[in-house]
Structures are given as C-alpha cells and as structure tokens.
Design a protein around this ligand. Structure first.
Ligand code: NAP
Length: 258
C-alpha cells in the first residue's frame, strides 16, 4: 500500500480535471488519471506528473458504465492499494445545445449517465472502499469532491439536461455528506463559473462579451488551476468541521445584485 494519499480524478485527460490532477499531484497525492476517449492526452498528464517527481497512472473508462466504474476502482486498488480522495469531475454538455422545446431523449440519457449517475455510483462504491480502509486503520479519512456548475442554479434554456443533472448533484453532495460523516468522509460540491476549456471553446465569443459586460464581479475567465486550488485546499486540514458545503469558484457570479 502506498505511503501517501491517493486521489482518483475522473475526466482528467483535459480541462478542469487535468488541472485538478496536476494540482493534487503537486500537493503530494498519487493520482489516478481517468479518461474516456483521450488516451494520449491522459498519458501526457501522467508523464507531466512523473517528470515533476509525482506518481500517476492513466485509467481508461466511461463513468456512465457500471462495468467501467467497477474496473476503475479495482485498478486504483491494484495500482495504489488505497483511495483517499474521489473527484467526480468528468462531465459533458448538452448534446447540440438544443432549445428546451427541441431537447432530445438521446442527449438526456448521455448527460444524466455521465454527469449524475456515474458520479453517484462512483461516490457510493468509493465510499464503501474508503469506509473499509478507515475502519482497518489504513487511511485517516476520506474526501469526495463533486464538480458541479453555476448551471446548477442559473437557467440555460438550451441545456436543460445539463442544468438539471448539475442541480441534482447539489442534493447528491448533501446526501453523501450526511450519510458518510460518521465514517470520517467529508463531501463537497465545487461550483465552477465560466472556465476556459474545450467545453466552453465553442461559446468563447459569447462569454468574452458577457464577462466584459460584468457577468461576474471578477471580470475574467476562470482557469482549471482556479478549480484545482480549491480542490487541493479541501484535501488540506483546513476544514475538519465542514462538510456538504458548496464552494463557489466563479469570480462572484453567484452574487445577486440590484
Ligand atoms: P472538457 O474540457 O470538455 O473535459 C471533459 C473531460 O471529461 C475530459 O477529460 C473527458 O475525457 C472527460 N469525460 C467526458 N465524458 C466522460 C466519460 N463518460 N467518462 C469519463 N470521462 C469522461 O470539460 P471541462 O470544462 O474541463 O469540464 C469538467 C467538469 O467541470 C464537467 O463536469 C463540467 O460540467 C464542469 N464545469 C465546467 C465549466 C466550464 O466553464 N468549463 C463550468 C462549470 C462546470 P476524454 O476526453 O478522455 O473523453
């Protein structure tokens, strides 16, 4: 069993997940770098971590598939012998960004499988393993971080499935926080604002304009590193009496103004 904490980050081949994997590695975690389609990009993340003296392994798998989730956690067990931190980051946007009145069954199925069902059952299965390890005195405690979105409460009528899945992730965070507290596992929701990544690249001009017009009090794009720093802070010993909290990393977007 590894003598340092181990983190599994889903969707860590690109964007925010990549940033979180690099941040956790830099703060002393061995990291499982999950990817779905971008194997080469995941290998590059692993290579970068290793070059900086860290430990990482690329782990393929679709978080929407029960079989893949099982295999993912099994591989973390074989590679590292423990799991201290799960970051449910993998996510996709609404397919085709269609208006509410044109929204499709196919997009719903894919978005909910990836953005909600996957994170829920990964949290469930990871928690079971963490509890066993905590009870056996192998790890001091556990942490689950769910990467949701400002779309959990801000309406986009062309991304209904995405918004609803992210809103449900807020409740999911509170459910697991409540159930797992007695076992020494804390659970948080990190809520990114507009972050520069492949996901937002197709709507870059729209967001450039909105940010310039004051979409958030801090007038800039967020970066994967902004999210990574929040996640790393949660792994520190700074919040021992806090769980179930939503951490907004959004330049102040959530503040209502008159
Ligand atoms: P991104 O650049 O599109 O990257 C998405 C990542 O998720 C990729 O690594 C991708 O892996 C992985 N992924 C997609 N489907 C997967 C699946 N079924 N199983 C495993 N991995 C899968 O997106 P991002 O902007 O970094 O977003 C990351 C998270 O932050 C998402 O949950 C998103 O909803 C949330 N978020 C983003 C923003 C934003 O402004 N960008 C704002 C709020 C919240 P492969 O490439 O290997 O397939």
């Amino acid at each position: 069993m590894l003598d340092r904490p181990v983190a599994l980050v889903t969707g860590a081949s690109r964007g925010i997940g990549r940033g979180i994997a690099l941040g956790l590695a830099a703060s002393g975690h061995a990291v499982g770098v999950n990817y779905f389609r971008s194997a080469e990009a995941a290998d590059q993340v692993v290579e970068q971590i290793r070059q900086q003296g860290g430990t990482a392994v690329a782990l393929g798998g679709d978080v929407g598939s029960a079989e893949d989730r099982q295999e993912l956690l099994d591989r973390v067990g074989t590679e590292f012998g423990r799991l201290d931190v799960l970051v449910n980051n993998a996510g996709i946007t609404s397919q085709g960004r269609k208006d509410l009145l044109e929204a499709t069954d196919a997009s719903w199925e894919r978005v909910f499988a990836t953005n909600l069902k996957g994170p829920f059952f990964l949290a469930q299965q990871a928690a079971r393993r963490m509890i066993a390890a905590i009870d056996a005195g192998q790890i001091p405690g556990g942490l689950i971080v769910n990467i949701s979105s400002i779309s959990a409460y801000a309406v986009s009528t062309n991304r209904a499935d995405y918004c609803m899945a992210k809103a449900a992730m807020g409740m999911m965070t509170q459910l697991f926080a409540t159930r797992l507290a007695e076992h020494g596992i804390r659970v948080f929701e990190v809520c990114p604002g507009v972050i520069a990544s492949d996901m937002t690249a197709p709507v870059k001009e729209k967001y450039d304009r909105l940010i310039a017009e004051g979409l958030s009090p801090i007038r800039r794009w967020g970066t994967p590193e902004d999210i990574a720093r929040a996640v790393v802070a949660l792994t520190s010993d700074a919040f021992p009496f806090t769980t179930g909290e939503r951490i907004n990393v959004d330049g102040g977007f959530h503040i209502r103004t008159l």
